[in-house]
Design a protein around this ligand. Structure first.
Ligand code: SF4
Ligand code: SF4
Length: 477
């Protein structure tokens, strides 16, 4: 019985252990390559250096929480540019919709961290305890010295991977070499140690012990993805019309009436989810393709064409059953739904690229001070106060000046600056108190509110930006 089978008389069924057998083939090779690439990127990326000049961190990818910055190679995202992160998340979501709609659960089978780490843990398990039959025997064996040795070796290796996984995560949030030194000399912040501990335990438990249970019971994605798939989605299927009736005894009487499936259970024994794809589409199937490799191996041995278990669209299954040719893969992939997802994904991507290239390296936000709304000066002029936050996103110190338009109606001054100029350190934000005064009897002084535009100018680099606000006059009374 597989772990996903349900006993109708009980609400809970204990987990049945799964012992996936080793398999080789094109999908297994693809999974090894992708595993190596994904883990390589995850573990090594924080160690990649990127020269940004003397005042900025030289880590290529860094989430600098202390200074509220996100560095990604040559791109630096500030807190007020969070829309870039939101845009990237939208793109990731649309990309997932697109791939699921075209290729089913390709994310689950090849890229999901749960799948990737579980695959790695199973590889370690196989190295230490042997292939499926040996592991089954060890499972039922009594706890003697050999079993303890093998189990402790396996758990030790799993723990090492889990610690490395938790450790790699925190390196994305601080300078990796410095943090590593601080960690091993016990000088790092408690948050770093507790984060590593939590991630170590979750990796160890989810990848080592819970495995397919995470996909079947904890992850919402299998339920959501059903809404994105239809009969044209390429997914894993069993050519029932070709395989049935299944049977082992090819030379037995009536064997000529049997299908191509020799009922060897190779496809079931390699499945990391412990399911039988011949039972049809199942929520637990992560479309990893390992059952295809296993069955192709068997078909080669018995001299039958490959593809009894294969990537296919459900609509093609019906076509083939009726003796017709399947639709070309491109017709399955390029259909209204996927074209729509691609168009939306591209539109968001182009929007982000344009925003990235037109954004200014200086920025400001203006917040009027409301208490009091305005002050009447001794000469009858009206003064409004503003808090102006200036961001210098350059890697060097810059001198700035503030002006206001329409300038003929107002005078602007900056607290603590006689000539109205001030400097902002490299890659920093500065808050300045700013006053705008309208002469007595002028239109803005007498009006309720008047629109004004405050300009921030970096004279040396001829760069400027602005923010719009309002001037409150006596009409407020
Ligand atoms: S049935 Fe095949 S594709 Fe689905 S999870 Fe099992 S091995 Fe992977
Ligand atoms: S591996 Fe192929 S032949 Fe063997 S049981 Fe599965 S579908 Fe049938």
């Amino acid at each position: 019985m597989s772990s996903t089978d349900q006993n109708p008389d009980r609400l809970y069924s204990a987990r049945e252990p799964i012992f996936p057998r080793r398999v080789s083939g094109k999908f297994r090779s693809l999974k090894w390559w992708l595993l190596a690439i994904c883990l390589g990127i995850y573990y090594l990326l924080p160690w990649l250096r990127w020269d940004r000049g003397p005042n900025l961190p030289d880590q290529a990818v860094l989430i600098d929480l202390a200074n509220r910055r996100f560095f990604f190679f040559w791109i630096e995202i500030w807190p007020h540019e969070f829309y870039f992160v939101a845009g990237l998340l939208i793109m990731a979501g649309l990309g997932l919709f697109l791939f699921t709609s075209a290729l089913g659960r390709v994310w689950c089978g090849y890229f999901c961290p749960q799948t990737v780490w579980t695959d790695l843990f199973i590889l370690v398990e196989r190295w230490v305890e042997g292939d499926r039959n040996k592991r089954v025997r060890l499972w039922t064996a009594r706890w003697d010295a050999t079993k303890w040795r093998l189990r402790l070796t396996k758990w030790g290796l799993w723990l090492a991977i889990a610690v490395a996984t938790g450790g790699a995560w925190v390196f994305y949030f601080a300078d990796a070499p410095t943090l590593l030194w601080n960690l091993i000399t016990f000088q790092a912040h408690a948050v770093a140690y507790s984060t590593i501990l939590v991630l170590t335990l979750t990796t160890f438990i989810l990848g080592g012990f819970m495995r397919e249970q995470v996909c079947v019971y904890m992850c919402p994605w299998p339920r959501i993805q059903a809404a994105m798939m239809d009969e044209d989605t390429i997914t894993i299927g069993y050519r029932e019309w070709r395989g049935e009736p299944r049977g082992k005894h090819r030379k037995a009487e009536g064997a000529e009436r049997l299908g191509d499936c020799i009922d060897c259970y190779a496809c079931v024994n390699v499945c990391p989810m412990g399911i039988d794809i011949r039972d049809g589409q199942q929520l637990a199937c992560i479309t990893c393709g390992l059952c295809i490799d296993a069955c192709d191996e068997v078909m080669d041995k018995v001299g039958k064409p490959r593809g009894l278990v294969d990537y296919m669209a459900l609509s093609d299954e019906a076509r083939e059953r009726a003796g017709n040719r399947p639709k070309s893969i491109w017709k399955h992939v390029f259909r209204v739904r996927t074209i729509l997802y691609t168009a939306l994904w591209s539109a968001v991507g182009i929007g982000l690229l344009v925003a990235l290239f037109v954004r200014s390296d200086i920025d400001m936000t203006v917040a009027p001070v409301r208490n009091p709304i305005f002050v009447t000066m001794s000469d009858g002029s009206i003064r409004n106060t503003y808090d102006v936050r200036v961001r210098n996103m350059h890697g060097d110190e810059r001198a700035f000046r503030l002006t206001v338009t329409p300038d003929e109606a107002y005078a602007i001054s900056v607290e603590g600056s006689d000539d109205g100029t001030f400097t902002v350190p490299p890659d920093a934000t500065l808050l300045k108190r700013v006053y705008i005064v309208a002469p007595a009897g002028s239109a803005p002084a007498n009006a309720t509110t008047t629109d004004v535009r405050i300009w921030l100018e970096d004279a040396a680099a001829a760069e400027r930006t602005y923010d719009d606000t309002v001037f409150n006059g006596k009409g407020m009374k």
